[in-house]
Write a protein that binds this ligand. Structure first.
Ligand code: HEM
Length: 255
């Protein structure tokens, strides 16, 4: 019933070298790209970015010369009893100073409400108010567990990089917007967005570095456990029996 050392060796190689490839393939399969999305209202946007957290996507068309930015912020996998928000912070990063678009579904009428609100502190009332830039054609929809805010805004011409942020939270009694979660992804939902290239520079970069470190760690593990250790074990097990190979087997083992 004992497995031969060759079988064990092949098994180990599979486990450490090939298994991560399969895991990775599965992960890629479940990633949803925003390019393929068609909006129900027929709207079309030139660019889109898969935002790194909170199941969110930003679709947009930007004309640099006029500063006109048309956006659709789409949050998937969300309950109808939630609010969503997307905004730009023209003065700094994060929530304070953010100029936001908000939306939720009225619990009585079932109609969507979309409005703008400027945030000045960490205890905002999120009341409707004007933003520091002009916003038109504001609307929202909720369909198949996806909530989307549509809007058009005008930026000073030649604006290219903006700090943007997005969020979701619970709708409380009387359609009051409750506080969003205060941990994990809800504090990471902000980034720099390059409107021309569509690049998002966020904590995702840190995740990418971590992925590289993990890959290297995996590779080193695979080589050590899958190749060097079996060679050492086999040298000690089989070469020792040949007198002429003494003490070579020992050097191979400790190497
Ligand atoms: C009910 C209204 C809201 C309350 C009471 C609230 C409260 C807070 C508080 C206290 C923090 C700091 C948490 C910490 O550092 O531990 C925070 C962070 C954050 N909030 Fe809100 N928030 C609200 C609405 C919003 C909205 C509408 C957005 C976005 C569009 C948003 C986006 C963020 C983001 C991205 C952070 C992390 C970055 C930062 O600390 O500035 N929040 N929020």
């Amino acid at each position: 019933m004992f497995l031969s050392s060759r079988t064990i060796f092949v098994g180990l190689c599979f486990l450490f070298v090939l298994a991560p490839c399969f895991t990775r393939a599965t992960t890629n399969e479940v990633q949803v790209s925003c390019d393929s999305h068609n909006f129900n209202n027929g709207k079309h946007f030139r660019s889109c970015v898969d935002l790194p957290v909170l199941d969110s996507f930003l679709h947009y068309s930007y004309v640099r010369e006029t500063g006109v930015l048309e956006v659709a912020y789409r949050h998937t996998n969300i309950e109808s009893s939630s609010w969503i928000a997307w905004g730009i912070n023209p003065t700094s990063k994060g929530m304070i100073g953010a100029q936001t678009l908000l939306a939720y579904r009225n619990s009585t009428s079932g109609f969507m409400r979309a409005y703008t609100s400027s945030i000045n502190g960490y205890t905002p009332m999120l009341q409707e108010g004007p933003l520091s830039f002009r916003v038109t054609q504001l609307s929202a929809e909720y369909l198949n567990r996806e909530m989307t805010i549509f809007a058009t805004m005008v930026w000073p011409s030649n604006t290219t990089v903006v700090n943007h942020l997005w969020q979701d939270g619970p709708l409380k009694e009387g359609d009051r917007l409750g506080m969003h979660a205060m941990s994990g992804n809800h504090l990471k939902s902000m980034a720099n967005l390059d409107l021309l290239s569509g690049q998002v520079m966020t904590t995702k970069a840190a995740n990418d570095n971590m992925l590289l470190v993990k890959s290297i760690h995996g590779l080193v593990n695979a080589v050590c456990w899958g190749i060097f250790i079996p060679i050492g074990v086999m040298a000690a097990r089989y070469m020792r029996t040949y007198k002429g190979l003494d003490p070579t087997w020992f050097y191979i083992l400790i190497l």
